[in-house]
Design a protein around this ligand. Structure first.
Ligand code: NAD
Length: 345
């Protein structure tokens, strides 16, 4: 079986070669992303394997099906880059629903600690033998209130980490997990209450029509002065212009961003030799209280191993049984996990 693998990075290949060889799957690696211009590269393959910034829109789906391709294997959890409404009934889409919630949640905390303890500044200073502490004053996390939006796999690990620091947690989720609320240190509240009372807000919900620009000017206006915003989920959860304005007016104390709404042409690539065309990103990066990493939160050895293993298992399972529990469906107007694996055939 041959799978065209798009947006390949060196760290993908070791793990995919290992699990591919064990299962008679040959991956044809392409550095380019999948989109309308590159979809032809998949010709002759049985499926495509894609990541977060590949484009699987209606045109791409139609071209894949014209080529007789039946499988889109996402090697990620999020699927906002796939037009599931158009895909359903035409091509089978699988995802990796969980590979290491710890990787993402720990990165969120790493960003937060780096930001509030000014580690990014201290690191550069001490490399220059500048041992001055002026301007490096931080604040204790102990006793602070963190608002966690989305208490699924990653959100809950992040809550556990925060509780280890002695923080109070305000949680918001459209499907609250009641058993998670202890009425004291972890409480579900409505969105306005979370915004108004959190010293730190961390986003762990998916990007959907409902969550697009969840953190916009209106939401920022409701926040505490000096709030720290952490986004390790998807860039478009935050209206970047409103975020920038909030930082400029000192309403937002700091921003920790692993994702950015216009990241698809920039992140994962070395742009150090080019003029940065994106003025908004350049302005954000220039600010001392903003930390940007380039969609790196998932990048641990454990996560890469799990991603490769689950992606290959999805392909094998579907090929053998014509069904796969990690398949995505489109039902009642939204993309959902198929669960019983019995999608269209
Ligand atoms: P999950 O499905 O386990 O949890 C998502 C939670 O969000 C669920 O509890 C769901 O009910 C909730 N939710 C859905 N819509 C909501 C809304 N409108 N308001 C509030 N809550 C809502 O997913 P997860 O594995 O925890 O992943 C969360 C997100 O993290 C993914 O969707 C993905 O975008 C992102 N992610 C980022 C990286 C990275 O490297 N930066 C890696 C993996 C996942």
């Amino acid at each position: 079986m041959r799978i065209a693998f798009f947006d390949t990075k060196p760290y993908d290949r070791d793990f995919f070669d290992k699990y591919g060889e064990m299962n008679d799957i040959s991956f044809k690696y392409y550095e380019t992303k999948l989109n309308e211009d590159t979809v032809g590269l998949a010709n002759g393959s049985d499926g495509v394997c894609v990541f977060v910034n590949d484009t699987v829109n209606a045109t791409v789906i139609d071209k894949l099906t014209e080529m007789g391709i039946k499988i889109v294997a996402l090697r990620c959890a999020g699927f906002n880059n796939v037009d599931m409404k158009h895909a359903y009934g035409k091509i089978h889409v699988f995802r990796v629903p969980a590979y290491s919630p710890y990787a993402v949640a720990e990165h969120a905390m790493a960003l937060l600690l780096t930001s509030i303890r000014r580690i990014h500044k201290a690191y550069i200073r001490s490399r220059d033998f500048n041992f001055s502490l002026s301007g490096l004053t931080g604040f204790d996390l102990h006793g602070k209130t963190v608002g966690v939006i989305g208490t699924g796999k990653i959100g809950r690990v992040f809550v556990d980490i925060c509780r280890g620091f002695g923080m109070k947690v305000l949680a918001y989720d459209i499907f609250p997990a009641k058993e998670f609320d202890n009425g004291d240190t972890v409480r579900y509240v409505n969105m306005d209450e979370l915004l108004a009372n959190s010293d730190i807000i961390s986003l762990h919900c998916p990007l959907t029509e409902d969550t697009y620009h969840l953190i916009d000017k209106n939401a920022i206006d409701k926040c505490k002065k000096g709030v720290v915003i952490i986004n390790t989920s998807r860039g478009a959860l935050v209206d970047t212009d409103a975020l920038l304005e909030g930082i400029k007016t000192r309403k937002i104390g700091a921003a920790c961003l692993d994702v950015y709404e216009e990241e698809s042409d920039l992140f994962f690539e070395d742009n150090s030799g080019h003029i940065m065309e994106d003025d908004t990103l350049a302005r954000l990066i220039s600010m001392p209280n903003v930390i940007v990493t380039s969609h790196q939160a998932f990048l641990t050895r454990e996560a890469l191993e799990n991603i490769a293993q689950t992606t290959v298992n999805n392909i094998v399972e579907f090929t053998k049984n014509n069904q796969c529990p990690n398949e995505l469906c489109y039902k009642s107007g939204e993309a959902v996990d198929c669960k019983d694996g019995k999608c269209f055939s």
